[in-house]
Design a protein around this ligand. Structure first.
Ligand code: RET
Length: 229
């Protein structure tokens, strides 16, 4: 539990550092559109969730709410990440809301898989995987088609964000299958460490890509009139 608490604390600190870095180091001061604030909002939510996980693993809370904190974090942040990808690709509002919906259902049914037993667990896993497949499908079909029409810098940022997401997100269910809630081939501490790294990549890595490209994204999206948002 000491090692787990250390990992949770380190990830929480990295998430908060991501927020502070994004807000102060990048040229985001004149961004009026709410969508620009999605990356730091995502790392702040994760920072709070990991702080709760740290407090829980250290015994400060007197109860184990690690799983709840993880799934509430994912329920709030993963729809925001796919919304952002849809926005930067210039996808329609309907596509953006559909991918958010599929994503949220993936997390809710994933929670059923995580906490349920026997048949319920595997039905939850199957349903979550179907919603996950839908999320991936929207990313490579409608959203990628929309991204094709974007100006070069925006398109390139979109492709970076889409690809880091496709690559990292596929690892989440694989790690789950190996971990304690799946086949139990991996111990809890390894599981905590790997998810900590994946969460950091999917959120702080994502934020870094957006941050370093904010200026070109802003200029080119203004010139090409973004769809909605
Ligand atoms: C679960 C288990 C059930 C089957 C599937 C899953 C997928 C989870 C994913 C999570 C992504 C989380 C991210 C977090 C932080 O940024 C729930 C593990 C399909 C894809 C990106």
């Amino acid at each position: 539990m000491v090692l787990d608490a250390g990992v949770f604390a380190l990830v929480a600190a990295t998430m908060f550092a991501g927020t502070v870095g994004f807000v102060f180091a990048f040229d985001t001061g004149d961004q009026q559109e709410r969508v620009y604030w999605i990356p730091p909002v995502v790392t702040t939510i994760a920072g709070v969730a990991y702080t709760v996980m740290w407090a829980s693993a250290s015994g400060l809370l007197g109860m184990d709410v690690i799983t709840e904190a993880r799934y509430i974090d994912w329920l709030l942040t993963t729809p925001l990440l796919v919304y952002y990808i849809g926005w930067i690709a210039g996808a329609s509002a309907s596509t953006r809301y559909r991918i958010m919906g599929a994503d949220a259902l993936m997390i809710v049914t994933g929670y059923v898989a995580e906490t349920g037993a026997g048949t319920i667990k595997w039905v939850g896993f199957a349903l979550s995987s179907v919603f996950f497949a839908l999320v991936l499908y929207y990313l490579v079909s409608e959203i990628s088609d929309a991204g094709e029409g974007r100006p070069p810098a925006v398109k390139s940022a979109f492709l970076n964000l889409r690809d880091i997401t496709l690559f990292l997100w596929v690892l989440f269910p694989l790690v789950w299958l190996l971990g304690p809630a799946g086949f139990g081939l991996m111990g809890f501490t390894d599981y905590v460490l790997i998810y900590g790294l994946l969460d950091t990549g999917a959120k702080v890595g994502f934020e870094g890509i957006v941050g370093f490209r904010t200026e070109s994204i802003t200029t080119e999206t203004r010139e090409s009139t973004p769809v909605g948002a």
